[in-house]
Design a binder for this molecule. Structure first.
Ligand SMILES: Cc1cc2nc3c(=O)[nH]c(=O)nc-3n(C[C@H](O)[C@H](O)[C@H](O)COP(=O)(O)OP(=O)(O)OC[C@H]3O[C@@H](n4cnc5c(N)ncnc54)[C@H](O)[C@@H]3O)c2cc1C
Length: 353
């Protein structure tokens, strides 16, 4: 079977690895000049590690990553709740912190050892379905026919557009900021930190290396959003971004199948974007090999929708500025901090979700 994977982000790489592991070597293209250096997603879930363990990728991810042992939630500068992040019912007991560019590099390495190299500087410009296959028009000037195309080409997916699949949802108005920094004396190394300020700004810090943190905040400057004073020694990268909440109306059309951000996007609050893409890709690859593609769209659309809905509920509670949202957040902190069993269950839910 001749397969084209458009996009060599975590989704496209997972699809390629999971196909290669089963003996199908796909053609993988990406319009970038070379591998990404963007450290967007920093939390790898146990489910993703389990899916990637069959190819050996997880072993290296775990060697390099930081296990996130707990979560600290602050109301302004006051520590209001501390949760253990742990479950012994899953493959890896907690969330693993690692910048996305390292995750992708480790995946690409494994893929290379399986005999597939990513073809960079090659962009899908269009596609058309014919009775005998789907023809891709590539920027290299070549028209090539495939039995199947996997669109793992991100939020602005050309595959999705060319296949005429709607991406339903909405875009949020507010601007968010992000920074990757070296820190000194950070009180909670190996812990995820969430701070909600009196104005309703939310800031999150995730450990991604020794004395290195990813900061994300619902305002223009992620570093200034931490009221308890954060000693930053070096800024590796900073910037702003906007959030969309969208899902493709269907993931499959004819010989074209979508996965990852091409199929869905949501707020980074739950840290699930990349992980959903990995799950889509692993399921899709399995079904391609088993020639059981008909249920892929329904299954993954349903699973992803559930996570998007939960993430949206959490986003509204955590970032909501209304009196109702503030009261809900306060009530949640009061209940969770007074009951150890709630803290334990909540920590378990976060790592298993
Ligand atoms: C600031 C920020 C923080 C985030 N934090 C988290 C987090 O903590 N946890 C988490 O799970 N997720 C997080 N995410 C989301 C996560 O980064 C994405 O969900 C993930 O990158 C999606 O992977 P993907 O492979 O589907 O798409 P992408 O990573 O976008 O990869 C798509 C690839 O397709 C290529 N491409 C596009 N069009 C074409 C074309 N026509 N031809 C050829 N190639 C093409 C692109 O060059 C790109 O390399 C975050 C995102 C942002 C922006």
């Amino acid at each position: 079977m001749k397969i084209l994977i458009v996009g060599a982000g975590p989704t496209g790489l997972t699809a390629a690895i999971e196909l290669a592991r089963r003996g199908l070597l796909a053609k993988v293209i990406d319009r970038r000049d070379n591998a990404s250096t963007l450290s967007r997603a920093v939390g790898i879930t146990s489910r993703s590690l389990e899916l990637l363990s069959h190819s050996g990728v997880s072993e290296t991810l775990i060697e390099e990553g930081v296990p996130i042992r707990g979560a600290c939630i602050y109301q302004r500068e006051r520590l209001a709740l501390e949760l253990p992040l742990h479950s012994n019912r899953i493959y890896f007991p907690t969330i693993l912190g690692l910048p996305q560019d390292r995750t992708e590099a480790i995946m690409a390495n494994t893929l290379g050892s399986m005999g597939v190299e990513v073809g960079y500087q090659n962009e899908l410009q269009d596609l058309r379905e014919e009775s005998k296959g789907v023809v891709a028009l590539l920027s290299s000037g070549v028209e090539e026919r495939f039995d199947l195309i996997i669109g793992a080409d991100g939020i602005h997916s050309k595959v999705r557009e060319a296949a005429g699949i709607n991406y339903l949802g909405f875009d949020l108005e507010e601007k968010w900021s992000i920074a990757d920094v070296d820190t000194e004396g950070w009180p909670s190394r190996e812990k995820f930190t969430l701070v909600r300020s009196s104005s309703g700004t939310v800031a999150v810090a995730v450990p991604i290396g020794k004395d290195r943190h990813r900061l994300v905040a619902s305002c223009d400057n992620a570093i200034d959003a931490f009221p308890m004073g954060l000693k930053v020694c070096k800024i590796h990268r900073e910037g702003t971004f906007k959030i969309s909440i969208r899902q493709a109306e269907r993931y499959s059309k004819g010989r074209v199948h979508l996965a990852g951000d091409a199929a869905h996007c949501h707020s980074p609050i739950g840290g699930r974007g990349m992980n959903l893409g990995i799950a889509d890709a692993a399921e899709l690859a399995k079904r391609v090999v088993e020639r059981r593609l008909s249920g892929y769209s329904e299954l993954r659309h349903r699973e992803d929708k559930k996570i998007i809905e939960i993430t949206e509920r959490v986003r509204k509670i955590v970032t909501g500025r209304s009196i109702k949202a503030r009261l809900e957040f306060r009530a949640f902190l009061a209940v969770a901090s007074s009951l150890p069993v709630v803290r334990r269950k909540l920590g378990q839910f976060v790592v298993e979700f």
